[in-house]
Design a protein around this ligand. Structure first.
Ligand code: MN
Length: 731
């Protein structure tokens, strides 16, 4: 930024008398502030002056001249004292030792928050020049300035830095000029700060293209001389006509700003003289009805050009701008553009959103002001449906006043917009589906954070992925974007259906073998007929359906072999058992009621949609189905299971100090992990019941574990828990 101090410490500048900044500022404040408000602002000035003592701007002036000018720019807009104090103090946190806390104590919380807000904006840097990025960057700035006054101070700061950019190297002038043109000028425009907007554009142009600027401004100066006569003549005619109609009005001539002439020429909508030869006038009257009277009077004076009239009073522009626009055939055939508006409309046109933070001398004025601000916003909401442009504006305004989006940086400095409440997982999916599916951790501002962390404006987010990582169903609890939700759901479903297809194939092969057919010898034609019969496209679909229990393996096998429907007797007992390895994934589930482990006699139930659920033979939950072999599948353990299984244990232990530790150590020594433990008082107070959920390999392992636990003196009773009675407790 142009305002950074150079780091040498000469004595106070001999070039300026000590109180010159002081008096310049005081003069401005006296125009509209009460004496006690002036004192407050001057206190902020003295504090800032002391804090920046010895610092110089690159131009050689004392540093304090910068915050004073920034405050003066805002005083011209008649902003309230907190805004001016924040302007005076806007660089003290960045450039001196002063803390936010200290500012709050001396000048109140509001001022401290404003200064802090401006300092935060200074820290984010605009990197890419892409158009879409500029848009997001503007939104980010607005979103970060929760108080519009923050952005007002920032714009004034940028304006002064732009005015004094000449002392910088050409490269830096170009870069800052571009940034201003792409970021800050559009914000000023959007907020309706017309004067600041135009000056920022002209200064940007001057610093990006110094030569073109020089040529064009010379041409404008020359042309202005020729125009004088026409302008004077039209001005007199308008004034005269309005006076005749007894309309009290202030009439002025106006000129397009330099940069808008340049862009119009660059867009080839006209040569210099065509662009410049349009004469502009402004008529300011006392109220809305008078605007329309004045319009009628002018249309009687010069003929209006058809199709050029615009009523921005009935339908205000998105940024709140109101006026009547008309173009007339002037004398000598030159087109004349006229804007007609009331005084109040004029204030808003010049100061835009700042008009709502205008300084008012009494509380009554203040509440009237708040009410007007509210009405203004209300009106914005109402016009939302009327023009696409205002929808766009509202969206920008919303991030400011109704914050519902966050803007964060990718590791490459790209800005990404996410809905408010979005987490690191949302960000990962926004970057790329693969990044989302494989994310395992996140670094936010260079620090590791949980994936569920909510992102804040300006965060730098870096996702850490692992090749074999998969989405976790628990992410669904905290993702905020539809995209992330859809991708996680899709992934889980696909994974389940893939695993179900593998299981389905095994179930089908088992059935085929039971019918004395070799699965590998079934020819294509049979499969194709089956697909047609079922009306499905792929073999995979049928296998998935079998795995999910939507089709019976034996029925599919028979159809595939073109065999007749079996009788109930034939079906029974003919199927060999299907082996369970424990590695089938989501297609095979182990019932939580009985928690079967390798070595347990087991039964399988095909659960529609859920796949195969394995219970122990003696599980009380399945007692009523046991006698109905149509409902269950014969399953057995593969001798080579390679995973850990969960079991629930209940121990009655004597109440002795340290007994829990002893049991836990015993479990660990038997090579098992504890997933969960809970305790309750036993049948009499001498005993406690402990419930453990532990992980073991198989029945043998469990037996070993129970043996070693029995050796502990305090353990009175130990049993494995199966069945529904303890289901809730053991979850
Ligand atoms: Mn500054």
């Amino acid at each position: 930024m142009g305002g950074k101090p150079a780091n040498h410490n000469p004595p106070a500048s001999p070039l300026l008398p000590a109180d010159s900044e002081d008096s310049q500022l005081r003069l401005r404040l006296k125009e509209y502030l009460k004496p006690e408000d002036i004192e407050q602002v001057m206190a902020a000035y003295r504090f800032s002056d002391a804090a920046h003592a010895g610092q110089m701007r690159k131009s050689g002036e004392p540093y304090i001249s910068h915050p004073v000018t920034v405050a003066c720019i805002l005083a011209e807009l008649h902003l309230d004292p907190p805004s001016l104090m924040a302007a005076l103090l806007h660089d003290v946190m960045e450039d001196t030792e002063v803390s936010k806390h200290e500012l709050a104590e001396k000048f109140g919380k509001t001022v401290a928050e404003l200064v802090d807000g401006v300092s935060k904006l200074d820290k984010i840097e605009f990197q890419t020049a892409a158009h879409a990025q500029a848009e997001n960057f503007r939104k980010m700035l607005l979103a970060m300035s929760q108080d519009v006054r923050v952005i007002l101070v920032k714009l004034a700061d940028r304006l002064h830095n732009m005015r004094t950019l000449d002392v910088m190297a050409p490269e830096k002038r170009r870069r800052i000029g571009k940034e201003t043109l792409e970021i800050y000028a559009p914000i000023a425009n959007r907020l309706g700060l017309n004067a600041i907007y135009q000056e920022l554009e002209d200064l940007s142009f001057k610093n990006i293209h110094p030569r073109r600027y020089a040529v064009l401004s010379k041409a404008i100066k020359a042309a202005r001389g020729n125009r004088k006569e026409v302008v004077g003549k039209v001005l007199d005619a308008i004034k005269h006509r309005l006076a005749e109609m007894q309309i009290d009005a202030e009439v002025t001539g106006r000129e397009k700003h330099l940069f808008s002439i340049y862009t119009k020429m660059a867009e080839k909508t006209g040569t210099f003289s065509q662009v410049f030869d349009i004469y502009g006038f402004r008529v300011i009257v006392k109220d809305t009805p008078t605007c329309y009277l004045a319009l009628g009077a002018l249309h009687g004076l010069y003929k209006p050009i058809p199709g050029k009239f615009k009523d921005y009073i009935a339908i205000p522009k998105a940024n709140g701008y109101q006026s009547l626009h008309t173009t007339l055939f002037g004398p000598f055939g030159t087109p004349i553009e006229v804007q007609i508006r009331s005084r109040e409309m004029h204030n808003i046109a010049e100061a835009g959103v700042a008009a709502h933070w205008l300084y008012k001398s009494s509380d009554a004025d203040l509440s009237a002001l708040q009410q007007r601000t509210h009405q203004w916003l209300q009106r914005l909401l109402e016009i939302q449906s009327e023009s696409a442009d205002s929808v766009e504006f509202l969206e920008h305004f919303k991030v400011d006043l109704f914050p519902d989006e966050v803007y964060v940086f990718t590791p490459k400095g790209k800005i990404m917009a996410l809905p408010r409440g979005a987490t690191a997982v949302d960000f990962a999916y926004a970057v790329h589906t693969d990044v989302g599916n494989r994310c395992v951790a996140v670094k936010i501002n260079q620090e590791l954070a949980p994936l569920r962390t909510e992102l804040r404006n300006g965060d730098h987010v870096e996702i850490i992925t692992a090749a074999h990582s998969k989405p976790n169903p628990s992410w669904l609890n905290y993702v905020a974007t539809g995209k992330a939700r859809a991708h996680i759901r899709h992934f889980l479903k696909t994974m389940k259906s893939e695993e179900s297809a593998v299981l389905g194939e095994r179930l089908l092969n088992q059935a085929l073998r039971a019918l004395h057919a070799d699965p590998s010898l079934i020819d294509e034609a049979r499969w194709e007929k089956l697909l047609r019969d079922y009306g499905v496209k792929t073999r995979e679909e049928i296998l998935t359906d079998i795995g999910l229990g939507k089709r019976l393996n034996i029925m599919v096998a028979r159809q595939l072999l073109a065999m007749a429907e079996p009788s109930g007797e034939q079906r029974q007992g003919k199927l060999g058992a299907i082996t369970i390895r424990g590695s089938e994934g989501m297609a095979v589930q182990f019932a939580k009621c009985c928690r079967p482990i390798p070595g347990d006699p087991i039964l399988g139930f095909i659960n529609k949609g859920k796949g195969l659920v394995i219970h122990t033979h003696d599980c009380p939950a399945i007692r009523k189905f046991r006698m109905d072999p149509d409902k269950w599948l014969d399953v057995e353990w593969d001798p080579d299971t390679k995973r850990l299984f969960t079991v629930n244990l209940k121990l009655a232990v004597a109440n002795q100090p340290g007994v829990l530790a002893k049991v836990a150590t015993g479990i660990a020594e038997a090579g098992s992990n504890i997933d969960n433990v809970s305790m309750e008082e036993g049948d009499n107070s001498a005993y406690t019941n402990m419930h453990f959920t532990v992980q073991i390999e198989d029945r043998e392992h469990l037996a070993r574990l129970m043996r070693s636990l029995r050796k502990i003196q305090e353990v009175v009773r130990i049993s494995r828990v199966k069945g529904l009675a303890t289901e809730n407790k053991s979850q």
